[in-house]
Design a protein. Structure first.
Length: 73
């Protein structure tokens, strides 16, 4: 098992929380990640997946905009 590392090790390497790495593994975003019981084994050479969250700001204050649109009608 020298070619695999743990979630904790990869979270330190990628500067993410261990829970975020677990979620990436369960979503299939880390190729080659294998689950052994309750633990994940991640290949040493795995690349950090791109951040899929929206960063454009398109959803900033979306609740306030919806309320103002409803009042205008």
């Amino acid at each position: 098992m020298n070619e695999f590392i743990t979630i904790r090790e990869i979270s330190i390497k990628w500067n993410l929380t261990p829970r975020r790495v677990q979620k990436m593994c369960s979503d299939g975003r880390i190729p080659g990640a294998v689950k052994f019981g309750r633990d994940w084994a991640i290949p040493k050479d795995a690349e950090r997946p791109e951040d899929g969250r929206i960063t454009t700001g398109a959803y900033v204050n979306w609740r306030k905009r919806n309320k103002s649109e409803k009042k205008a009608n």
